[in-house]
Ligand binder design. Structure first.
Ligand SMILES: *[C@@H]1O[C@H](CO)[C@@H](O)[C@H](O)[C@H]1NC(C)=O
Ligand SMILES: *[C@@H]1O[C@H](CO)[C@@H](O)[C@H](O)[C@H]1NC(C)=O
Ligand SMILES: *[C@@H]1O[C@H](CO)[C@@H](O)[C@H](O)[C@H]1NC(C)=O
Ligand SMILES: *[C@@H]1O[C@H](CO)[C@@H](O)[C@H](O)[C@H]1NC(C)=O
Ligand SMILES: *[C@@H]1O[C@H](CO)[C@@H](O)[C@H](O)[C@H]1NC(C)=O
Length: 835
């Protein structure tokens, strides 16, 4: 039994070790935590508040909802109040038509999917309008419908999708609307187009040329003034990888705002359309190939526009990375380089892509081709897919989500103490948490996670209001605003520094953690989080808080009772361990749980003081002291308690199964109501209220129930009593349970190890076979995804490796097996490398 306990402890330690550099959020705030309060805008008459637009002064939030457009006052940081509401519903006839088409009633509304500022007085909005898209002009102040130049509501075709579940993108530049969406009811005709153009600057759209777009999912668009280009981000089928059934690739496409189409060839069609692959991949691993969201981060003041960064969230089509996502950053400089480089050419007879061998007649993607010759424009028409992929900056992943995949991203540059700039990312998980991460030289650090939704939301939107210091999240359930930081949550210099939040610094005079903008001489170390180097001031306030905590709590127990001590502490990055004065804790007697708790059986040898210590980033602090004393037995002299006892007494105790147990828990817990639970007559009712007070003072915020503990830590210490709950033979059961758990953990650990292995060494045959269940990549796919496209064309043109493929097919074996043997024989090099 002792062995099983030891084994159990060992295994739980091992499972904590991670096999990948996935970062855990340091703090976790479940919904309702007082440390991170949310402002929620909800209105019983307003649904699907998903499209967000912030006014230029950031005082008003415009919301595109279901059958409505709203304006909300967000000038106060702690409240969101509705100003105006514009009802924009389809008529009865429209609804009847929609139902006739066989559409669900709940989808036959007008879902506003485009909401853009047009000029200083007006906005432009488009909605699905019961599967018959429409657009309107809106007076921004009164939020009333305005008449446009045509004098009546405009058709929304190719500006807004028909289907509210289809993704689209739109952006206005100089009063013109650039959109990426589908232009038909069935959603099969994707188009990138420009609308609301005037005079000789005509509306332009994409030519129906084969291959310009391949079943795309539009994500976002952005305007880069220095380039005079609008960039579109989307994912689509990567037809250049033609040996894979359906490989999704992520793309960036560009058009020039000066484009007005060609004169004969490409009339009223883009002459400047070009696209390239965005490749989010780490080393030899499979890429995260499906773009979910992407955001533009402007360069720091004074830097070149080329330093503009695009932070994208990508998920993977392959099983190995299912449920995770990666963040990759791409620079405008790299994007420009790819677009000015070589292009692939599509053979319209064979529908195969190849690197261009013919002479270069024009530079595709160049602005100002509208006056070019037909010959040039015909060339442009065939050369629009850049040969090279855009690689992420630093050649790797910026961040990999800890376990849940991310759906939305926002980015911000924050000036910390001493004028240092940091990049902050806000990432929304599918499950409804907001992660705030700071990017540091040696990787990302997730400062905190805040739960914003109870239920996962299908459609959502993320927006930053930098001047108001708020993150706004639109969803079908309402709009939520979260302050970017809450420095006052950090109660000591150590916590303030360990948080590594660029918004927060420790004020050594006022002795509080406060917003960095309030004061110049705040203590902060975002890069190092080095407490000992920063917190040299020992302040009266922190000393008193410290001494109160360190005075310790008395825990009264009966002999042979199982004692559980909770170690308070909020940080998921801290290692917590227990100590007794003058002695090490033998794992034969003590069990330390994953949550930092300590369990043991009260015997004369285990009575006495216990210290819980936490170590984070090289800084150790004592989080709690307990004095375990025998209950109502003044007869136990201190000498007896301190005398070392041997373990046999413990084991003997287990055998006789006469233990009762007591939980020293952080929350008031009701006595467990097991029918055969033995109730100790000494369990007097007046213990209960005191118990709850006591336990709260010990556990700063690890979960919802524990949130307010921090305050009590600073406040008075409460006399210790706690609520005991007794169980017959619980120890026997717990030891049996420990056995079971350790067996389970053994299995889990083995699997875990295997999983790590399969992630880091993707080429081994066994892990490959595992991955195939969910659709894995063939070596050719891997090769091609690495961007060695030249090899690809050789394959298309029956180069050496084409034969090996044919051979496999004739053998009638799975193409995977020979590939694996080749992989092994070539020592990890890919088989289709041309000799
Ligand atoms: C910040 O944290 C403090 C301490 O937990 C809490 O009292 C306060 O309400 C929090 N403020 C916000 C805006 O969440
Ligand atoms: C609208 O909101 C409801 C829940 O309130 C959701 O079930 C539905 O999917 C949403 N519709 C769209 C188009 O987002
Ligand atoms: C903004 O656009 C609307 C609609 O085209 C137009 O009526 C209005 O005059 C414009 N306002 C300004 C200030 O240009
Ligand atoms: C295009 O060419 C025509 C005549 O060749 C000329 O009148 C026009 O100004 C040119 N447009 C631009 C934008 O250069
Ligand atoms: C923290 O700073 C101290 C003194 O500046 C230094 O000795 C120590 O190595 C640093 N610790 C870490 C973890 O960087």
């Amino acid at each position: 039994m002792v062995h099983s306990v030891t084994l159990c402890a060992c295994l739980s330690l091992l499972t904590v070790l991670s096999c990948h550099s996935r970062v855990l959020p340091r703090l976790s705030f479940p919904k309702g935590s007082p440390g991170r309060s949310l402002n929620v805008f909800k209105n019983p008459d307003v649904y699907n508040t998903t499209t967000l637009l912030l006014s230029s002064d950031e005082g008003t939030l415009f919301i595109g909802a279901r059958d409505a457009v709203l304006s909300i006052d967000v000038s106060q940081s702690d409240a969101m109040t509705m100003k105006e509401k514009l009802d924009w519903s389809p008529s009865e006839k429209d609804l009847a038509d929609c139902a006739m088409k066989g559409k669900m009633k709940m989808d036959c509304h007008n879902f506003v999917r485009v909401l853009q500022v047009l000029n200083s007085t007006h906005m432009y909005a488009c909605g699905t309008f019961a599967f018959s898209p429409r657009c309107i002009y809106i007076n921004s102040k009164t939020l009333s419908m305005a008449t446009g130049p045509s004098g009546k509501p405009e058709e929304g075709r190719s500006r807004c999708p028909y289907d509210p579940y289809q993704r689209n993108t739109a952006i206005t530049v100089d009063g013109e609307l650039y959109t990426g969406t589908v232009a038909d009811y069935r959603g099969t005709r994707p188009v990138i187009s420009r609308h609301l153009s005037e005079g000789s600057h005509v509306d332009v759209k994409l030519d129906d040329t084969l291959g310009w777009l391949e079943d795309p999912t539009f994500i976002r668009s952005t305007y880069v003034p220095s380039e005079e280009k609008v960039y579109f981000f989307f994912s689509e089928t990567g037809r250049e990888y033609d040996f894979i059934d359906k490989l999704t690739v992520s793309r960036i496409a560009q058009v020039c705002t000066s484009d007005v189409g060609g004169q004969r060839t490409l009339q009223k069609r883009w002459t400047t359309f070009a696209k390239a692959q965005l490749l989010c991949q780490a080393g030899q691993e499979l890429p995260y190939n499906i773009l979910q969201d992407i955001v533009t981060l402007s360069p720091p003041e004074g830097s070149s526009e080329d330093e503009t960064l695009f932070y994208g969230i990508f998920t993977s089509q392959w099983q190995v990375n299912l449920g995770r996502s990666a963040v990759c950053a791409f620079s405008l400089k790299d994007i420009k380089k790819v677009f000015t480089g070589h292009y692939k050419v599509l053979n319209r007879d064979t529908l195969k892509w190849s690197t261009r061998v013919q002479e270069q007649i024009a530079s595709p993607g160049e602005c100002g081709l509208h006056n070019a010759s037909d010959n040039t424009l015909r060339f442009v028409k065939d050369n629009f897919l850049a040969d090279k992929s855009v690689q992420p900056v630093t050649q790797g992943l910026t961040l990999v989500s800890p376990d849940k995949s991310y759906s939305n991203i926002a980015a911000q540059r924050v000036r910390g103490a001493r004028g240092r700039d940091y990049t902050l990312l806000y990432l929304l998980t599918e499950s409804g948490f907001l992660h705030k991460a700071v990017l540091l030289k040696n990787g990302a650090h997730i400062i905190e996670e805040i739960q914003v939704f109870d239920q996962p939301q299908a459609v959502k939107n993320l927006l930053l209001s930098v001047s108001k210091g708020a993150v706004m999240i639109g969803s079908s359930e309402g709009v939520i605003s979260v302050p970017m930081s809450n420095c006052s949550y950090y109660w000591s210099c150590a916590e303030c520094v360990l948080a590594r939040d660029p918004f927060c610094g420790w004020d050594p005079v006022m002795k509080l953690c406060t917003d960095i903008h309030t004061h110049d001489h705040l203590v902060q170390d975002v890069d190092g989080g080095n407490v000992s180097a920063q917190c040299t001031y020992v302040t009266p306030r922190s000393r008193s808080a410290q001494s109160r905590t360190l005075s310790g709590e008395v825990v009264s127990v009966s002999l042979n009772e199982v004692v559980h001590l909770q170690c308070p502490g909020a940080s998921h990055l801290a290692k917590r361990h227990w100590e007794r004065l003058n002695s090490q804790l033998s794992p034969k007697i003590y069990i330390q749980s994953d949550d930092g708790g300590l369990s043991f059986v009260a015997t004369p040898s285990t009575l006495g003081p216990y210290l819980c210590q936490s170590e984070e980033n090289g800084y150790t602090q004592t989080l709690g002291i307990y004095h375990v004393k025998q209950k109502s037995s003044p007869t136990v002299p201190p000498a007896t308690r301190n005398r070392p006892h041997s373990t046999p007494s413990t084991e003997a105790g287990i055998k006789t199964s006469i233990f009762t147990t007591r939980l020293i828990t952080p929350t008031p817990t009701e006595p467990r109501t097991e029918p055969d639970a033995e109730v100790d007559p000494t369990d007097s009712p007046e213990d209960s209220p005191a118990a709850s007070t006591h336990s709260r003072s010990f556990t700063p915020s690890l979960g919802t129930e524990k949130q307010d503990s921090r305050k009590t830590e600073l406040g008075e210490t409460h006399p210790l009593t706690d609520k005991p709950s007794y169980f017959q033979e619980l120890v026997v059961v717990s030891v049996l349970l420990a056995l079971c758990i350790s067996a389970l953990l053994t299995i889990a650990f083995h699997r875990f190890g295997h999983f790590c292995h399969s992630r880091t060494v993707p080429q081994t045959p066994s892990s490959r076979r595992d991955a195939e269940k969910g659709g894995s990549a063939t070596p050719q796919e891997r090769e091609s995804l690495r961007g060695h496209s030249s090899r690809l064309e050789k394959r298309n043109g029956q180069a050496p490796n084409g034969q090996s493929h044919a051979g496999q097919a004739h053998n009638g074996t799975s193409p995977i097996m020979p590939s694996n043997s080749m992989l092994n024989s070539s020592n990890g090099h890919l088989p289709n490398t041309p000799i």
